[in-house]
Write a protein that binds this ligand. Structure first.
Ligand code: ADP
Ligand code: MG
Ligand code: MG
Ligand code: MG
Length: 400
C-alpha cells in the first residue's frame, strides 16, 4: 500500500484520462467530489465537450464515526471491486461497469450512473418502480445461488471465500446491528422521546435470544457471497433500470441477510409514510405498493432460485426435492429475522435512514419510529416460526 494517498481532484482527472475508450483526446475534464466523505471519496469526472463521464471511488483508511475516526482496512476497496466484477458476471446489467481497479490506491473506476437516482431518495420523492422487484430478485437469486455450495464448485468456493473475509466491515455490522441496539451503548443514537422504547429493547430476553441466534448465523454461516450492505442507498434506480452499487461489505454470509436488507429498507419507508404521504387513502395505496413489492420480490426470488437450482445445481445430494423445500423455508425465516434486526438498528443504533430522520415534526417522526420498531421486533420474534411471506405482510399491515 506504499503508493496510497487520498487523491486530489486533479489526480482523479489524470486517472480518468488514462482509461482507454471513454474520453475524447481533446477536451477538458472536470472533477467533482460527490461522496459523503465518511468512508470513501467519490469523484465524478466529466468531459463537457463530449458529454462523457465516469466515477472514481477511493477508500479512505478510516471511518468518521460520532466525531471520531476509526481505522478501516483499505483492503475493502479490493473487495468492493472484486465483488462488482463478480456480480456483473453473474447478474449482467444490474451493477455498474468497472473500467479499472488499482488496489494500491484502493480505487475503482466505474460507469457513471448519474442518470439514475439513489432509490432511497427516489422513494422519498414518491417514485414507483414497477420493474424493481424483477430486477432485484434476479440480482439476489443469481449472485447468491452461483456463489453458494449449490451453484459453485465447493472447492472453488472455499478458495474464493478466502478473498472475502472482510473482518473490519463485518465487525461494524456485528456491533451496530447485533449488539449495540440491545444494550445502553455509547454509539446508540436515538431521539430522546424514544428512551423508554430503547430501554425495553435492552431488557427483552426473548428478543435477545433471537438476536443472538441471528448474530451467530451472521458470524458463522458462510452460505454465499453477500453484497453485505444492500439498503436502498446502495441501489441506483429509474423506472426502467436498477443498478446495485457499493459492495464494500461483501463477505460469505447467510443469504437472508441481503434479502432482509432490501425488505427492511422498504419497510422503513413504509413506516415513514406517516409523513411523506399525508392523504389517508393515498398513504394506504403507497403502503400497499411497498408491501406488494416485498411480496413480489420474495415470490420471484424463490422461483428464480429454485429454477437455477434445478438447472445448475452442481451435485446429486443437493437435488433432493425435500432438501430444496427445507432450504427455501430456512431462507425465508432468516430473511424475516434479518429484516427485523435491520429495522431496529436504524431507529436506535448509530446510523439511521433519511426516510425517517428527515420527518420534521417530532410527533410524526416518533410515530414512524414506533411503527418501524414494532414491525422490527415482531419480525425478529417470529423468524424461526415463519412459513410464509404473508406473515411479514400481516405484521406490517397490523402496525398502522
Ligand atoms: P459509500 O461506500 O461511501 O457509501 P457509495 O458507493 O455508496 O459510497 O457512493 C456514495 C455516493 O456517491 C452515492 O450515493 C452516489 O451519490 C455517488 N456515486 C457512487 N457511485 C456512483 C456511480 N457509479 N455513478 C454515479 N454516482 C455514484
Ligand atoms: Mg456513505
Ligand atoms: Mg454507500
Ligand atoms: Mg459503502
Amino acid at each position: 500500500m506504499s503508493n496510497y494517498h487520498p487523491l486530489t481532484e486533479s489526480e482523479a482527472i489524470q486517472i480518468a484520462r488514462s482509461i482507454a475508450g471513454i474520453f475524447e483526446t481533446q477536451g477538458e475534464l472536470i472533477s467533482r467530489e460527490i461522496g459523503d466523505g465518511n468512508l470513501n471519496l467519490v469523484f465524478h469526472v466529466s468531459q463537457p465537450s463530449s458529454g462523457r463521464s465516469l466515477i472514481v471511488k477511493q477508500a479512505l483508511p478510516y471511518a468518521k464515526v460520532v466525531g471520531e475516526s476509526w481505522p478501516l482496512s483499505l483492503d475493502r476497496a479490493r473487495i468492493e471491486s472484486e465483488a462488482l466484477l463478480l456480480e456483473s458476471r453473474l447478474a449482467p446489467g444490474l451493477v455498474p461497469l468497472v473500467y479499472h481497479t488499482d488496489h494500491d490506491l484502493a480505487l475503482t473506476v466505474m460507469e457513471d450512473l448519474s442518470s439514475h437516482k439513489i432509490m432511497r431518495q427516489g422513494l422519498i420523492d414518491g417514485g414507483t418502480y414497477p420493474l424493481f422487484a424483477g430486477h432485484i430478485s434476479e440480482f439476489l437469486a443469481r449472485t447468491l445461488f452461483f456463489t453458494s455450495d449449490l451453484g459453485m464448485n465447493q472447492q472453488e468456493k472455499k478458495t474464493l471465500l478466502g478473498s472475502f473475509i472482510n473482518p473490519d466491515l463485518c465487525k461494524i455490522t456485528e456491533d451496530l446491528i447485533f449488539d449495540h441496539p440491545y444494550t445502553d451503548a455509547d454509539t446508540n443514537n436515538f431521539d430522546e422521546h424514544l428512551r423508554d422504547d430503547a430501554k425495553q429493547l435492552w431488557t427483552d430476553e426473548t428478543l435477545h435470544l433471537e438476536i443472538a441466534l441471528l448474530r451467530e448465523k451472521f458470524l458463522t454461516h458462510a452460505q454465499a457471497l453477500l453484497h453485505g450492505d444492500l439498503h436502498t442507498g446502495s441501489i441506483f434506480i429509474t423506472p426502467e433500470s436498477t443498478k446495485v452499487i457499493d459492495p464494500e461489505f461483501a463477505y460469505f454470509g447467510p443469504i437472508g441477510f441481503d434479502i432482509g436488507a432490501v425488505f427492511a429498507n422498504l419497510l422503513l419507508h413504509f413506516a415513514s409514510q406517516e409523513h411523506w404521504t399525508t392523504e389517508t387513502s393515498a398513504r394506504s395505496d403507497r403502503r400497499q405498493y411497498l408491501l406488494g413489492t416485498i411480496s413480489e420480490i420474495w415470490t420471484s426470488f424463490e422461483s428464480k432460485f429454485r429454477a437455477l437450482w434445478d438447472e445448475h445445481g452442481i451435485d446429486r445430494v443437493a437435488k433432493l426435492k425435500s432438501y430444496q423445500d427445507d432450504y427455501l423455508k430456512r431462507l425465508l425465516q432468516d430473511t424475516i429475522g434479518f429484516t427485523g434486526a435491520k429495522m431496529v438498528r436504524r431507529i436506535v443504533g448509530l446510523a439511521h435512514v433519511a426516510d425517517i430522520d428527515r420527518i420534521p415534526d417530532a410527533d410524526v417522526r416518533a410515530k414512524a419510529q414506533r411503527i418501524a420498531l414494532e414491525i422490527g421486533k415482531s419480525l425478529i420474534k417470529i423468524n424461526r416460526q415463519a412459513i410464509s411471506i404473508e406473515q411479514l405482510i400481516d405484521i406490517a399491515e397490523a402496525s398502522v
